[in-house]
Design a protein around this ligand. Structure first.
Ligand code: BGC
Ligand code: NOJ
Length: 811
């Protein structure tokens, strides 16, 4: 069953039934100021950090689902309704939500009134615009009442929901004209306030929640709306809100527009006040002035559209498959931008108070984003590397507002350092900017300890070399990519988190075959990079370490039919046929086949055949098999999940592309493509009621074959799945790979594909790459021409400017 449809022309997903199986959301904003908005206008805005600078209150895990947002109430005689269906939930005559590129339009109609709302954050602006157009489609004059409503969050979202003994006394507001200002804590340590304005005279307002809503009313029936008049309340503590009230008269056929602006202001210390206790509103008024007419708002929206035209113009696919086109050209790239911006902080599954930017997560997010805005990728790399420790280990996360490592989580995840090599190498291959390697980058944010970024890569590489276990494989530390394989944890206390509990790494023999594969892949990249910059001695040294690792994996990381996953604390095999449960794991199959370990001996093929046989399912590849059915204290969190969910045999979509890439390494185009389609949201649109999350973005996890409801997804949006799938499909299936010397072309596709065309901007030039597969092969290039002239090899050179026609004939 579907709840809407794609509108590719406008790059929108159009939801036509508001009762989606889970709120289907969108993101507003691209830099600094962001908003989350659901298909019924739920969600919240924040400045940079969803924990520390949240503007409006949102109620996670509440009933009914999705409470708090930018709500509008229309009172038309005795009927009260909202254009986004919620919060009133009055049945609408028409409902349509269009989620587009950084904007959302929600339109509702009832009894001859149409209300179209548009939500977006103009470029380079710390404010959300909510444009409301009310139209009278009847032949009579209509008199209606419009109420806006949002509830202020007292900035720190975690404290806001916990520290009530203080917070119910601190709230402060000011009202001036049609603007409601939220200034809690502004008079002491904060230099910021927020405001909610409408560009029209108002007929009343409320700023105190209880006065507006009534103490025991639901959001669906605020007392002021039921009464048809606001109370002009002024909040003193309790729960400050912002609600405007406007009486609207509409002639037959008439429309009126109202522009609401929800903004965030920071004032320098000496400019905080206009007079005693009266905030300096000038900067807020300047923002309102910028968007106070429909023309100005439309111009800002047009700028936002051309921003996206430009970003999405960098990689454009024309294939015979509409679903593939829309994922590659629109939604997958869009999700990559969102994951780049948010890391794993704020979604409808991540509450925006726990996790900041992840070291491994943000590095991986770069691979799907770096072609869009390489300059921002560069800045991110420096931020991430600055949280590294001098020994190469790293803080696992950092807070975006402070950019400092997060002490609560700490470090010790031994895969983390290797991902920095991936991030840096991807950036240089895309941009050609080797100068980033010379940037002086601090350790632990301490500039006095700074070394060049290249040195950071060296110590990242060495961190693995210096931390090998008894089998010559990398020690796992707290955990590797799989946060739930806690081989040194032994937790018996349900009150502690597996991620932060004391680890018994002392004397541990726990080693990770996954990190071994990761080390071979990015160790080889480090070797190549070192040669590139003329550091041959270092390249030779590193190559020798990589070779040793390959040998160690072949000798002690192979189980006969697949790669082992790990060795546990005691040195016992994990992910072996010898084990009762968890005989085979996906991660080491992915990394060791991507690394090509034992390819000549047939190991890669055997490993991938085992994946097919044991891990593949109707909805994707599960993480491990058989699923754990009992708690294994030596393994930790993985065995706490019910079978088929999350890291315990769920389809953890992030790692499926590793297998797709592995398949392309051995030339199996059909397999790679089948795996791609299985988890790709656009192909799942028809089973939305089962899949549950948005059909336009990837989810982190789909319940696996052992689960109660296989195929049901959770945790959409903020997942490394976005970047890895974009990377796998564009670089390994379509086979267009940015490289130091140009664009390397190496498609691996189903034999029955006749071809496809990609327009790719790269290092200042535009390449139209036409791939022809009349020969019906999976992989292999018979000839490659640039503007009609055949070239040797499969790397199209860097031209720096101009447009070029590339014809690739497979065969
Ligand atoms: C989840 C992991 C996640 C980790 C983060 C675990 O409970 O299963 O997917 O990475 O928490 O802290
Ligand atoms: C989600 C985390 O964000 C990521 O860092 C981790 O690799 C996966 N879970 C797997 O545990």
């Amino acid at each position: 069953m579907k709840y809407g449809h794609f509108d590719d022309e406008r790059r929108e997903y159009v939801i036509t039934n508001p009762q989606t199986p889970w709120p289907w959301i969108n993101y507003l904003g691209n830099e600094d100021f962001f908003g989350l908005v659901s298909n019924s206008a739920g969600g919240y805005a924040f400045y940079k950090d969803a924990k520390f600078r949240r503007l409006n209150r949102y109620r996670y895990n509440n009933v009914p689902m999705d409470n708090g947002g930018r709500y509008f109430y229309i009172k038309d005689e005795d009927t009260i309704w909202s254009p986004g269906w919620k919060p009133c939930k009055t049945e609408l005559d028409k409902y349509e939500c269009r989620h587009g590129m950084s904007y959302t339009q929600i339109a509702g109609a009832k009894n001859g009134i149409e209300a179209e709302t548009l939500f977006f954050i103009p470029l380079k602006t710390w404010a959300e615009i909510h444009k409301v157009r009310l139209s009278n489609t009847t032949s009579e004059v209509k008199k209606i009442k419009l109420f806006s409503f949002m509830e202020w969050c007292l900035w720190n979202a975690e404290d806001d929901q916990n520290n009530l003994q203080r917070n119910l006394s601190t709230g402060e507001v000011e009202v001036k004209g049609s603007t409601i200002y939220h200034k809690t804590e502004y008079k002491e340590r904060r230099n910021h306030y927020a405001f909610y304005n409408v560009n029209a005279p108002i007929d009343g307002y409320d700023t105190d929640r209880e006065s507006f809503l009534g103490l025991y009313n639901e959001f669906s029936a605020p007392q002021a709306v039921l009464d048809g008049k606001p109370t002009n309340s002024e909040a003193h503590g309790w729960s400050p809100i912002a609600s405007h009230y406007i009486e609207v008269e509409l002639q037959p056929g008439e429309s009126k527009d109202y522009i609401f602006t929800l903004g965030y202001i920071e004032n320098p210390e000496e400019e905080k006040w206009e007079s005693k206790n009266v905030i300096n509103k000038k900067p807020a008024e300047a923002i309102m002035e910028r968007f106070n007419t429909v023309e100005k708002v439309e111009a800002a929206l047009a700028d936002l559209r051309s921003y996206w035209d430009n970003l999405l113009g960098k990689f454009m696919l024309d294939s015979n498959d509409d679903k593939l086109n829309r994922m590659v050209n629109i939604w997958n790239q869009y999700q990559c931008m969102v994951t780049f911006n948010m890391s794993r902080s704020a979604s409808f599954f991540e509450v925006g108070i726990g996790r900041g930017m992840g070291f491994r997560d943000s590095n991986q997010d770069l691979i799907g984003f770096v072609h869009q805005v390489p300059e921002r990728a560069r800045e991110r790399i420096i931020d991430i590397a600055s949280t590294q420790f001098p020994d190469g280990g790293c803080y696992h996360q950092y807070q975006p507002l402070t950019k400092r490592g997060n002490d609560a989580i700490g470090g010790g995840f031994n895969d983390d350092p290797m991902w920095l090599i991936l991030g840096v190498v991807s950036y240089i291959k895309e941009s050609g900017d080797f100068s980033i390697l010379d940037e002086m980058v601090p350790f632990d944010n301490d500039m006095s300890l700074a070394k060049s970024l290249y040195d950071h890569l060296t110590i990242s590489f060495n961190h693995v070399v210096n931390n090998l276990g008894p089998n010559g494989l990398p020690l796992i530390g707290r955990a590797d990519w799989n946060d739930c394989l806690n081989l040194n944890c032994f937790s018996t206390n349900p009150n502690e988190s597996f991620q932060t509990t004391e680890n018994n790494t002392e004397g541990s023999k726990a080693e990770s075959v996954m990190i071994a594969g990761l080390f071979v892949v990015y160790g080889q990249e480090y070797v190549k990079l070192s040669r590139r910059i003329g550091n041959d001695a270092e390249a030779d040294r590193a190559q020798a370490e990589v070779d040793k690792m390959v040998a160690a994996v072949k000798a002690r990381g192979w189980d006969g039919e697949w790669f082992l996953r790990a060795y546990d604390f005691y040195g016992n095999k994990v992910g072996s046929d010898e084990n009762e449960e968890g005989k085979i794991f996906i991660e080491s199959q992915g990394w060791c086949t991507m690394a090509g370990i034992g390819k000549e001996e047939g190991m890669c093929e055997k490993s991938l055949n085992s994946v097919k046989e044991r891990l593949d399912s109707d909805y994707g590849i599960v993480l491990n098999n058989p699923a754990f059915t009992k708690y294994v204290i030596e393994y930790g969190e993985i065995s706490t999940y019910p079978a088929g969910y999350k890291e315990n045999a769920g389809i953890f979509c992030h790692n499926n592309p590793w297998i797709m890439i592995g398949e392309t390494e051995i030339g199996r185009g059909e397999e790679a493509w089948e795996y791609y389609k299985k988890i790709c949201p656009a192909y799942l649109e028809d089973i939305s009621e089962l899949h549950k999350t948005e059909p336009y973005v990837y989810a982190q996890m789909i319940a696996g074959k052992d689960a109660y409801k296989p195929g049901e997804a959770k945790n959409s949006w903020l997942t490394g799945t976005a970047s890895w799938n974009f990377y796998a499909v564009t670089q390994y299936i379509l086979g267009i790979q940015p490289d130091y010397d140009g664009l390397k072309i190496e498609p691996c596709i189903p034999a029955d594909w006749k071809g496809f065309t990609v327009k790719r901007q790269f290092r200042g030039a535009e390449y139209t790459i036409k791939v022809i597969n009349e020969a019906g092969v999976n992989k292999g290039i018979a000839s490659l021409t640039v503007d009609g002239k055949e070239i040797d090899g499969n790397v199209v050179p860097i031209f720096e400017s101009g447009t070029y026609e590339i014809v690739v004939t497979m065969g």
